[in-house]
Design a protein around this ligand. Structure first.
Ligand code: ADP
Ligand code: MG
Length: 317
């Protein structure tokens, strides 16, 4: 198979034990209570992997690392080291069985999104009562936590209320209280640092885990364009006033391109124009550069060989 320079990095096999595969990342046990997490260029939306997008994996890995460092005073996290632009050596955690979505704005594309439900008349959603008169893409009175169950691979996450987290026995009350407090604090930091970078953090998703010692830590990824909706602040007001969608630096372009042709996640994946993918790479890199205030240094492709080289040098293989 011919591998061009910009062939996206979608798959890797490493000689390590206990491989686990997510939609975007693969991970392996790597020493005692450690997990090596490799972020690929795969892109998912509607709970499906739709394509590979060059440099996306590197952006996610390095941008998450940046955020973990800037939120470590609020909640400890899983970062040990970044042995390669696409790899993270992490503390092994037992992921909690809920994904913690925090929403500062009312938005969404699908019928089941917060905006989709609200626009068709719903006022009670996720256990919260919403006031009348909210416009699409505007700020909620206060950020809210809307948990979902963590679906098995191939399934769709199920929205539940905050009360259901404890009622269903997913977490005990004390732990769930600590998780929500941590999530809201990290979200507030995201809003604050985002606004310094001229970006609006509309909503995001966190994962937490417990270490072998029972410590609660923030895991997975933080405030990336995969887990978050990031909007450009400078054009936000005028676009809202004109009834246009905010300019976004996340995968909303992809969601919209698919939604426009009537695809919402079921059945065969239809083709979309190739510009959708190049625009996505540009947006991911722009989000990284704006937020970190640094220039993105693209790692060498093909990623696989480079990765194995770096892991070997770091003594991890
Ligand atoms: N420190 C960690 N320890 C154990 N598992 C982790 C850690 N960080 C993230 N994970 C898990 O690794 C997986 C990340 O892969 P990803 O492709 O993002 O999965 P998903 O398809 O569930 O989004 C997730 O299931 C996440 O819960
Ligand atoms: Mg994930």
């Amino acid at each position: 198979m011919r591998t061009s320079l910009f062939e996206p990095f979608v798959e890797i096999d490493l000689p390590l034990a206990d491989r686990r595969d997510g939609k975007i990342r693969a991970s392996w046990a790597c020493g005692s209570e450690r997990r090596l997490i490799v972020t690929t260029d795969r892109l998912s939306a509607f709970d499906r992997v739709l394509a590979g997008v060059p440099y996306k994996g590197q952006v996610l890995n390095q941008l998450s690392a940046w955020w973990f460092e800037r939120t470590a005073d609020l909640v400890p996290n899983h970062v040990i080291d970044l042995p390669d632009p696409n790899a993270l050596l992490a503390v092994e955690a037992r992921p909690l069985p809920v994904e913690v979505v925090v929403r500062g704005h009312i938005t969404g594309v699908t019928d089941t999104s917060l905006w989709g439900l609200y626009s068709t008349g719903a006022r009670s959603m996720y256990g919260y009562d919403f006031p009348d008169g909210l416009d699409k893409n505007t700020a909620l009175p206060t950020p809210i936590v809307t948990p979902t169950t963590k679906a098995e691979r191939g399934g769709h996450d199920e929205p539940i209320t905050c009360d259901e987290v404890t009622e269903r026995g997913l977490l005990d009350r004390d732990l769930w209280d600590r998780v929500q407090a941590a999530a809201l604090a990290v979200f507030a930091r995201g809003v604050e640092l985002g606004s310094l970078a001229g970006l609006v953090l509309a909503d995001t998703k966190y994962e937490f885990g417990l270490t072998a010692d029972g410590e609660l830590i923030l895991i997975d990824e933080v405030h990336t364009p995969d887990s978050s909706r990031w909007w450009m602040a400078d054009t936000y007001d005028e676009r809202l006033a004109a009834g246009d969608e905010p300019e976004s630096l996340d995968k909303e372009v992809v969601r919209r391109a698919f939604a426009d042709i009537g695809y919402t996640g079921d059945g065969p994946i239809p083709a979309v124009p190739s510009e959708v993918w190049s625009a996505t790479t540009s947006r991911y890199i722009a989000a990284y550069e704006r937020l970190t205030g640094t220039t993105f240094e693209p790692g060498a492709y093909p990623v696989g060989e480079r990765l194995i080289d770096n892991l070997t040098k770091a003594g991890l293989l």
